[in-house]
Design a protein. Structure first.
Length: 317
């Protein structure tokens, strides 16, 4: 009964991993499709929104960094596949040692993660930190511009109200014998000024409104990019830690396997090491599956983060 439950759990796990792999392939295809439209979208953002070169650079760096993270995920998936193949070889090696045939069995295995250990993650991690700071700086700059535009509009309304109040006070302050002529002159002047003001307002209302709308939209784009950069950076840290743990475990297990191969004639001590090695490999296999799951989720995070920014940029101001 216990064996049946264990087999059922293993089948479920294999089905889950198979689903993850197929979803990761679909996600890679979607990300490749995104690559095709990113350049035109950024060009449209630069030409039609007239953004500063600093903001354009920050957004371009955002997509470059996510592309680099995507390539890293692809490499990790291949490393995981190689590690799983190595564990099959390790199982054969351990079975051979247990059957006392290790003298004729040469152990050869490498560490698929030796080139993608923690040190290799630092450059891209630092890049994400710099990009996040750049995007946040641009976000603050756009926020200051928005405050200025709002302040100017508020001041304009206040000046109009003050001008109207001053005209009314002047009208009521005149003598009764000048009321008719005063009202006539003020009415004429007010009518002319009102026409001039309305004409000026009509000619500037749309650009001002468009400027406000563009700034708000740009602020939203930068906010979305900042959130995406932060989330991708956090996932990158998680994957980096898992890779470091798995790489260390593989190095330790390979050393143990070599020790067993070199001392195959000392059966008692070797069998003790073999048991320890089996336990370690079992733990590392689970860690490999966990890493594969996180890499697939990382791919989904990259896709979602990039897609949200593309949607924001593609919106019409």
């Amino acid at each position: 009964m216990a064996a049946v439950r264990a087999q059922k759990a293993q089948d479920i796990e294999e089905e889950y991993n198979s689903t993850l792999r197929s979803q990761s392939k679909e996600m890679e295809a979607l990300l490749e499709t995104q690559e095709i439209i990113i350049s035109p979208v950024l060009h449209n953002m630069m030409v039609h929104r007239r953004i500063s070169s600093e903001i354009e650079l920050a957004m371009a760096n955002y997509f470059d960094a996510t592309t680099e993270a995507l390539e890293m995920c692809r490499q990790l998936l291949q490393n995981i596949k190689d590690a799983q193949s190595n564990y099959q070889s390790m199982d054969s090696f351990l079975a051979s040692i247990s059957a006392s045939h290790a003298l004729d069995f040469a152990f050869t295995s490498n560490n698929p993660f030796c080139t993608t250990t923690r040190n290799n993650f630092w450059p891209i991690h630092d890049k994400y930190s710099c990009i996040l700071q750049s995007i946040r700086s641009s976000h603050r700059r756009v926020g200051r511009k928005l405050k200025m535009v709002k302040a100017v509009k508020k001041l304009s309304r206040a000046l109009v109200v003050m001008a109207g109040g001053a005209a009314a006070a002047a009208a009521f302050g005149t003598g009764a014998h000048l009321l008719f002529f005063g009202l006539l002159l003020i009415g004429t002047a007010t009518t002319g000024a009102l026409k001039t003001w309305l004409a000026a307002r009509a000619s500037t209302k749309k650009p001002s409104s468009k400027t406000m709308s563009s700034l708000l939209q740009l602020q939203e784009q930068l906010d979305t990019a900042a959130k995406g950069t932060y989330v991708v950076g956090q996932d990158l840290d998680t994957v980096s830690n898992l890779v470091a743990r798995l790489s260390d475990a593989i190095e330790r297990e390979n050393a143990m396997a070599r020790w067993c191969a070199e001392r195959a004639d000392k059966r008692s001590s070797v069998l003790e090491m073999v048991n320890e090695l089996r336990r370690s490999c079992s733990s590392s296999k689970r860690l490999t599956g966990e890493l594969e799951e996180h890499v697939c989720l990382f791919l989904a995070t990259i896709h979602r983060a990039r897609n949200l920014v593309i949607q924001e940029i593609s919106k019409k101001a």
